[in-house]
Design a protein around this ligand. Structure first.
Ligand code: NDP
Length: 324
């Protein structure tokens, strides 16, 4: 029977969700989280400490899951299938959609234990085509799927202020929304499956454009005798400002700290997805295609572990000019 039931989130009872059965609501409280990387780990930690949620975690490198379990008190699962056993909602946060797809099959895979009526929420910054393929496979077993990539960085995950971009059935989103609210502040339904992935990729392509163009501009200005801190002071009071100029360059480039919070390899992947979306939609996109090429080069030059802002080091190398 469907009826209005209290909606409970990390802050307590906050309202009602119409047309959700009590059973359905309770099912969304048993959660499996797979992928405890730079951003997955603090997201899972928010879930672990939310009232009323029972959490199981799985990570490819088991030691990371074990240390998470010790720190946050979640059940540590041996395999994806073990994590998903009795879970109403499975959340994944892996580098690329293909990694999620590879977790579905086999005795240790998610499909071995995910029951009909459960939901897979993929917080990977994924690609729309693979998300649609995963959703179709799950639908054959009456398992729901939402692509739900996030923005806001590792600090946003720690503080529970991420933006979550969701593609898929809006009613399904309503059902899992209280879970997403444990780590997200702004949760937006973007359209059908794949829409969240597409929007996320374009957002990150804009980040990449700003990092690269600000780097080129500041290198040129430094060669022309303008100090980067002076240039940023003016740009940030003017129309050329961006998150790159206001936060990333002052905090990470000028200080030469380059903290590793979001791998360049992942931004390369995101810009590649955005360039692919534009090509697929037959939208002329020379700037997106060029940015994808530049970030592919930076990734190859600087390696798997470099942070995304370190792409600026390639500009500095080419220019023979440090931005400091
Ligand atoms: P990391 O590289 O820090 O972590 C990746 C995680 O995925 C690790 O837990 C890793 O396990 C696991 N993993 C990698 N490959 C596989 C595989 N083939 N099979 C199973 N597990 C695998 O990535 P992030 O946490 O930074 O990023 C995760 C996703 O979130 C990406 O799509 C990224 O684009 C997105 N994102 C990241 C942000 C950030 O600030 N970091 C911000 C917004 C989105 P192991 O421990 O064994 O290596």
């Amino acid at each position: 029977m469907h009826r209005a039931v209290p909606r409970v989130d990390a802050a307590g009872v906050t309202g009602e969700i119409a047309n959700v059965t009590y059973h359905e609501l309770m099912a969304t409280r048993t959660v499996a989280f797979l992928g405890l990387g730079a951003i997955g780990r603090p997201m899972a930690a928010r879930l672990a400490h939310a009232p009323g949620i029972t959490l199981a975690v799985w990570n490819r490198t088991a030691e990371r899951a074990q240390s998470f379990g010790r720190e946050h008190g979640a059940r540590v699962a041996a395999t994806p299938a073990d994590a998903a056993r009795s879970a109403g909602v499975v959340i994944t946060c892996l580098p690329v959609s293909a990694d999620v797809e590879a977790l579905l099959d086999g005795d240790a895979g998610l499909l071995a234990t995910m029951a009909s009526g459960t939901t897979l929420v993929d917080c990977t910054s994924g690609d729309p085509a693979t998300s649609r393929r995963i959703a179709a496979r799950l639908a054959e077993r009456s398992i729901g799927y939402l692509d739900a990539p996030v923005s806001g960085g590792t600090s946003g995950a720690e503080q529970g202020t991420l933006t979550v971009m969701v593609g898929g059935d809006a009613a399904l989103l309503d059902r899992v929304r209280p879970l997403l609210e444990t780590f997200g502040k702004k949760i937006v339904h973007c359209g059908p499956v794949g829409a969240g992935d597409a929007l996320k990729s374009v957002n990150n392509a804009l980040l990449a454009v700003n990092v690269w163009s600000t780097g080129e501009g500041l290198a040129a200005l430094a060669r022309a005798g303008v100090r980067p801190d002076v240039a940023l002071d003016v740009i940030n009071a003017s129309s050329g400002r961006s998150n790159a100029s206001m936060n990333l360059f002052p905090e990470r480039v000028l200080t030469r700290e380059f903290p590793r919070t979001f791998r360049l390899a992942l931004l390369d992947k995101d810009v590649g997805i955005a360039a692919g979306v534009a090509r697929e939609q037959k939208v002329p996109s020379p700037l997106l295609q060029l940015t994808a090429e530049l970030f592919r080069m930076a990734h190859v030059e600087l390696g798997e572990e470099a942070d995304h802002v370190e792409a600026v080091k390639l500009i500095e190398r080419w220019a023979g000019q440090e931005i400091a």
